[in-house]
Structures are given as C-alpha cells and as structure tokens.
Design a protein around this ligand. Structure first.
Ligand SMILES: *Cc1c(COP(=O)(O)O)cnc(C)c1O
Length: 466
C-alpha cells in the first residue's frame, strides 16, 4: 500500500515511512492511495471474531507486506489485551435502538488508547528492524499526552517528550502523564497555554537541527495515519455486534480534530453499511458552521467543559477536503493557504456532497450538563462531557429510529469530574481499580519557560543518545 499527500507534491511513501513521518514535506497529510473494499459477505464472515482478530482483518490491507502477518497479529493481541473489558469496546444501551460504544476501557480512559497502544508497538517494531531511534514530541491539552506516554513507555527506540500547559490541564490528566515511570518518558510543563505548546512542536518539526542529526522527530497526534487506521476497526465492531452488515448503522461522533469521525467515513467507504454520520462539536464549532453554511472560518478558542474538543481548526478535515476535491492536491493546497488568511468556501456541488455524507450539531456547556443529568436520571449511567455532546447531537440529528444510533463514548466520566459536578449530580465518578491510587503515585515533570530554545535544549540534553 502506498500513501500520498493531500497537497499533491510530497513523494508517495510506504507504510513504514508514513508511520515515522508527521506532516508530508509539502505540508499535507498522508492518505492511502486507494482504500480496500470488503463485500457484505466478507464482513458477515467476521461475526464472532475477537476484537483483535477483527482488527487484523480491517487493518491488514493498510499495513500490507510492511509487517509479516504473524507479527502484526501478535501486536494486535498484545494491544487489546491491556483493555479492562473482555469485549474491548462494549456497547451500552441507552434507549430503544440507541447505544453508547464505550471506547474508554483502555489504560488512560479515553478512546485514544485504541490507536496509541498500537502505535507504540508499531513504532518499536519498525525501529528495531531499522536499528533507528526517534524522539516523539507532542503537545497535549490532556488525553493525547497520557495515551501516548502509556503507548510508548516500553518502546526501546523511542524517547517521548510531552508538552502540556503548566497548571492548565486537569489534575487527573496531569497525573496520568506524570506518574508513569520510565527513563524514556519526559513531561514538560510549559509556562504558557496549549497553543504555545503546539507552536513549539510545529516549529521543531519544521527545523530539527537542535537534534544534531542523530535522531528524528515522530508524531503522535492524529496527523499520523496509523491513528486513523486503528480507529476504523471499532465501527465494524459495533456494526457486527448489532446485526450488521445486514442492517445499516448511524454513528454520532464527538469531534475535535476530525480524526475519529474521519475513520467512520473511511469505514463506510470500505463497504460497511452506515446510513448516517453525525459530527458533534462543542462551542468550538468550525465544522458545524462549515456544514451548515459552507464557510470555513477560524474563530477564537473557547474553553469548554469538554476540553479535548477545544480546537480552532480541525487538522484532519484536510483529508476529507482532499476527497471532496476529487483528490486534487493542488486544489487543496490553494484552498488551505487561503483558509489560513481568512474565511473560505468550496464550490456549491462539493459542499452539497459533504452534506450528504455528514450531519452536524454544536452543543454548549449547559446542554452538555443537561444531557449528563438527564441520562443519569433515566438510566443511572454517567456520561463524560464529550460523550454527552455526542448523545445530544445523536438525538437532535437522528433521521430514522429503525436504524441503530451509536454514540462513540470517547472518555470515562472519572476523567472529567468537574463537568459531572457542574451538571448538578451529587455522584462522583470513581476511577477504575487500576487507577485507584493515582493520587498517591509519585509525579515527575519539569517546568520550563515559554521559550522554544529552552525546550529544545532540554530535549537535546535528555534523550538517551545511545
Ligand atoms: C481527542 C478527543 C476527542 C476528539 O477526537 P478527534 O479525533 O480529534 O475528533 C473527543 N473526545 C475525547 C475524550 C478526546 O480525548
């Protein structure tokens, strides 16, 4: 399988190189040159497979001959064995034909574990083969950092540096990152905000000379194709559990960077019957505004009760734009260069096509809290604020009650106790057993000034240069 850039100018790469690359050299994102397509008969034959067996069938065409099948199977078995539920992604029923798929049973309690547990293993495998080392540098507002650290803690060929804004992530989120022991794990608290962290990461990827040519940077955010790939699997998993592929499904997806929902769009293109995909955003609603009015325009960042979806632009939306433009990389390049300077629209017929693919909704904090409270009162089931946004959007946008509606449950409510409290409920979501002592564990992190030279010097000094 070859991968091409959404901006049409960077060279095509194989799976291994795509794994190790962040942005393409032309500033674009890598996508598969063509998608595998599965017949209904083939999908039907996957009923009853374990999550990891299903994951192999869905992902193998993307990995192709880059990794021998046996090795890839073993990696998948190991990846999904660490989840704290036998079904890996269990479905919980909310109402008649309405479900939440719990994607938060992994080690860090958010859906990002599905991809990052695998990414860590893939990276180490490829680096061992090549006898190569990488430095992972990433910025986090919370969930990505802990999932990446957990996924890479045992990687021999990886040093991981995660930047978070000092005193601006929740205590649970910080402790999930800073209590993981390992001499390849480095947490940096930057005296600045998330955007400052992200800017430093971006600039460092652009100019890696501070590493002295002895290692290279690798990306763990969802511009990395392997993350999207791993997220396609659970759409198949949910469908097969509820009578697919012989009936079609609807999904509602809490969305920030458009990674998770883009994976659903790919599942559909790969042959899975999906009749509706709902983009569920919080007040940072650039995607909802685009879907409603064909205007793609950056607004100020708003801080909400669902911080993992607090974004101004959605990086993976570029991958959809590429398809909407008939995979014309130059057209995407022109559009996004314009978009960085002000609002843009796309041709009406392309936009209408996008509206056929997706419905959308934007949900404010008050409605998020109302939804958490309502579902708890109805079902004694606690939603985290991101999932609550998905459930509200699902109900608001639902077209056909005969089609099962599945909201992706992206995080465990114990990760976001503030939102639960704000919803007026007096219940406190307990941390699962494997994290019950989180507040007693020793923390390790370094506080640095909001200054890229200092951060780069710290990285250059502390990666294990062997
Ligand atoms: C990352 C995250 C999201 C957003 O996912 P995208 O793939 O960026 O759209 C939603 N909910 C939670 C809990 C997350 O951690």
């Amino acid at each position: 399988m070859r991968y091409i850039s959404t901006r049409g100018e960077a060279p095509a790469l194989g799976f291994e190189d795509v794994l190790l690359t962040g942005l393409a050299t032309d500033g674009g994102l890598y996508v598969p040159e063509s998608l595998p397509h599965f017949s209904l008969e083939e999908i039907r034959s996957w009923r009853g497979l374990s999550y990891s067996e299903l994951a192999f069938n869905v992902m193998h065409p993307f990995v192709d001959d880059a990794i021998p099948a046996e090795d890839f199977r073993r990696m998948l078995d190991e990846t999904y064995a660490v989840f704290a539920h036998k079904a890996v992604a269990p479905l919980v029923q909310l109402d008649t034909n309405e479900w939440v798929m719990e994607l938060f049973r992994g080690p860090t309690l958010a859906f990002k574990d599905f991809a990052l547990q695998l990414l860590g293993r893939l990276l180490d495998y490829v680096l061992e083969k090549r006898q190569q080392h990488v430095v992972i540098m990433g910025a986090t507002s919370g969930d990505t950092g802990s999932a990446a650290i957990e996924g890479c803690r045992r990687c021999e060929h990886v040093d991981i540096f995660i930047l978070h804004p000092y005193q601006r992530v929740s205590e649970v989120q910080r402790r999930q990152m800073t209590t993981v022991q390992g001499d390849n794990i480095h947490n940096i608290a930057v005296r600045g905000n998330f955007d400052d962290c992200q800017r430093m990461v971006k600039e460092s990827f652009g100019n890696q000379s501070f590493l002295g040519g002895k290692t290279q940077l690798a990306a763990v955010n969802s511009i990395n194709w392997a993350r999207i790939m791993a997220q396609i699997v659970y759409y198949f998993h949910a469908s097969l559990a509820l009578g697919g592929p012989d009936r079609s499904m609807a999904f509602s997806v809490p969305t920030g960077n458009f990674g998770d929902i883009f994976a659903g769009y790919l599942a559909k293109k790969m042959g899975l019957p999906i009749s509706q995909l709902v983009i569920a955003t919080n007040r940072n609603d650039i995607l909802h505004r685009f879907m409603s009015g064909n205007k793609y325009e950056q607004h100020q960042l708003e801080h909400t009760l669902s911080p993992s979806m607090d974004i101004m632009v959605s990086s993976n939306f570029e991958r959809l734009l590429f398809d909407l433009h008939g995979r014309d990389g130059l057209a995407v390049k022109t559009l996004l260069e314009k978009a960085s300077k002000g609002p843009v629209s796309i041709e009406d017929y392309r936009w209408k096509h996008a509206r056929k693919l997706f419905d959308s909704d934007a949900v404010d904090d008050k409605t998020t809290c109302d939804t958490i409270r309502e579902i708890y009162q109805q079902n004694e089931y606690l939603l985290d604020p991101h999932t609550a946004i998905g459930v509200h959007a699902a109900r608001n946008c639902r077209r056909d009650p005969a089609v099962p509606m599945i909201t992706l449950g992206t995080a465990h409510p114990a990760k976001f106790p503030d939102a639960v409290a704000e919803s007026g409920l007096s219940v406190k979501p307990p941390l699962p057993a494997h994290m019950a002592d989180l507040f007693e564990r020793e923390e390790r992190y370094t506080v640095l000034d909001n200054n890229i030279a200092g951060v780069q010097e710290f990285i250059a000094k502390n990666w294990k240069n062997t």
